[in-house]
Design a protein around this ligand. Structure first.
Ligand code: DX5
Length: 215
């Protein structure tokens, strides 16, 4: 099983103000947050962009998930906002040579590298990159919006990836709550991204405790 287990609040925000308000609310309770970055091309939604946060001094680590057509356009902005981890989608590039060179570009910008797959993309598509990345992300909903229901078929891919990579960090994102968290962990995920289950809870500690309760 991978080294550690973590619940990671997602920051899917329309404005700089919304991002900073949500960040401040979660900072005392978690070690890391996921910044959802969308361009209204790769997914039918647009979020606040990383260029708004140059020199950000967050008390926790920020990982950026790039749901965009061309993730290379965002490397510098994510680096300048002190992101620790840059997660791009396999579907943005698909070409193995391009993906391997892009992983190196991410590292050249002093960030860790992660690769994500949409629900319809089979796990086999990223098998050859498992030794080159620091983590993989299995989207458990169609990327683009919070508050959706987890798609159970996606957990089969988590199980497959865990068999191929016993020690690798495997993250899931979308529809994670007090009922689905245990299913994701049982399948082999060790990093759980949650949006509504945390931001809609009365307090952040209550939201985190509810997710952890049945694991
Ligand atoms: C969706 C985002 C998710 C989303 C999670 O594309 O990547 O991070 O905000 O929200 P919930 O947990 O509410 O599904």
């Amino acid at each position: 099983m991978a080294k550690h287990f973590e619940i990671i609040p997602s920051l899917l925000c329309k404005s700089k103000k919304e991002f900073l308000t949500k960040l401040k609310r979660i900072e005392p309770y978690v070690k890391r947050a996921q910044f959802d970055i969308m361009d209204n091309v790769f997914v039918p939604n647009k979020t606040v962009q990383p260029k708004e946060f140059k020199g950000l001094k967050a008390k926790i680590n920020i990982e950026c998930q790039l749901m965009v057509k061309n993730p290379a356009d965002y490397l510098l902005d994510c680096c300048r906002m002190n992101a620790k981890l840059f997660i791009f989608h396999y579907e943005s590039y698909k070409n193995a040579k391009k993906i391997i060179s892009f992983i190196n570009q991410i590292r050249a910008h002093k960030m860790q590298a992660g690769i994500a797959i949409k629900p319809a993309t089979p796990a086999i598509k990223i098998k050859q990159f498992l030794k080159l990345v620091d983590m993989v992300l299995v989207m458990t909903v169609q990327p683009g919006f919070g508050g959706q229901k987890l798609l159970p078929s996606t957990l089969k891919k988590v199980k497959q990836l865990r068999q191929w990579a016993p020690k690798l960090d495997i993250e899931v994102d979308g529809g994670i709550n007090k009922d689905t968290a245990q299913l994701a962990v049982k399948a082999g995920a060790n990093l759980l991204v949650a949006g509504n289950a945390i931001h809609k809870a009365k307090t952040v500690p209550e939201g985190l405790a509810a997710i952890k309760r049945n694991i």
